[in-house]
Design a protein around this ligand. Structure first.
Ligand SMILES: NC(=O)c1ccc[n+]([C@@H]2O[C@H](COP(=O)([O-])OP(=O)(O)OC[C@H]3O[C@@H](n4cnc5c(N)ncnc54)[C@H](OP(=O)(O)O)[C@@H]3O)[C@@H](O)[C@H]2O)c1
Length: 246
């Protein structure tokens, strides 16, 4: 068992915001367990991080599936006796009007965006408590939600509702576990330049979107705070008149 390093488990770590978070936490000296579905990009991301000196375990898995989420958590716990940071970055979304939106897409978004978070938090709570008991930082769950979980946007009912639920789950973690030093933070950005927003490029210049590295900077900042500083939700928007919109 290694107990000296702070450890983090990052989902959705093969690209986009999750990879930026993993890179940032690696730079802070965290040992990392990474998850995403497709093995090749995940192993490629892990190799990049190892080249920077990080200790990395990559676990290909669909974290919305109970057995696979269990496997990711189990892989972390086979190496470490605690978990300092659970960074929930896996997510999916799609656009469509309310009246004919397919219910299977609604279900998929809730499975990936919320159910996976619940599964991993439940399984890893004892390890988070162990880390919290010995760290001045406490232990943190940081979930990448969305500004649309704070204020709904047309065409994004399923995505917005799933992110609102994720923000609420973070609050529940904090009110249930905060006294033990385990707290949760939702990070709720507007459009971030990643593969997820490639479909927007004809409407919004990618250069005008938030950078994944800036989201990762907030995540790292929250993880540097002392255990008495609780941050329920951070909203991040782009310059311009939209303020509370993506
Ligand atoms: N981009 C934005 O504008 C934006 C804004 C606000 C919030 N967010 C949220 O930020 C998070 C990251 O978004 P992103 O823009 O970085 O997305 P992205 O570029 O599409 O990356 C998504 C990551 O999640 C993984 N993933 C997807 N479904 C998964 C599953 N079921 N199990 C395990 N891993 C899974 C993907 O790898 P595989 O495909 O191989 O699984 C990939 O590593 C998401 O929760 C998203 O909703 C994004």
């Amino acid at each position: 068992m290694m107990v000296s390093k702070r450890t983090a488990l990052v989902t959705g770590a093969s690209r986009g915001i999750g990879l930026a978070v993993a890179r940032r936490l690696a730079a802070e000296g965290f040992a990392l367990t990474l998850a995403a579905r497709r093995p090749e990009p995940l192993h490629e991301a892990a190799a990049q991080l190892r080249a920077l000196g990080a200790e990395v375990t990559a676990v290909p898995a669909d974290v919305s599936d109970e057995a696979q989420a269990e496997a990711v958590a189990g892989e972390h716990l086979s190496r470490y006796d605690a978990l300092d940071v659970l960074a929930l970055c896996a997510g999916t979304g799609s656009v469509g009007s309310l009246d004919d939106y397919p219910v299977r897409r609604w279900d998929r978004q809730f499975a990936v965006n919320v159910r996976s978070a619940f599964l991993l938090v439940q399984r890893l709570l004892p390890a988070l408590r162990t880390a919290a008991a010995r760290s001045e930082h406490g232990a943190r769950v940081v979930a990448i939600a969305s500004i649309t979980g704070v204020t709904a946007e047309p065409g994004l009912a399923a995505y917005s509702a799933s992110k609102a639920a994720l923000i609420s789950l973070c609050e529940s973690i904090t009110v249930s576990e905060g006294a033990q030093g385990v707290t949760a933070t939702a990070v709720s950005p507007g459009y971030v330049e990643t593969d997820m927003t490639a479909w927007m490029h004809d409407r919004l210049d990618p250069a005008a979107m938030i950078r994944a590295e800036d989201v990762a900077e907030l995540v790292a900042g929250v993880c540097r705070l002392s255990r008495t500083a609780v941050v329920p939700n951070i909203v991040m928007t782009r310059p311009g008149p939209q303020l509370w919109r993506a």
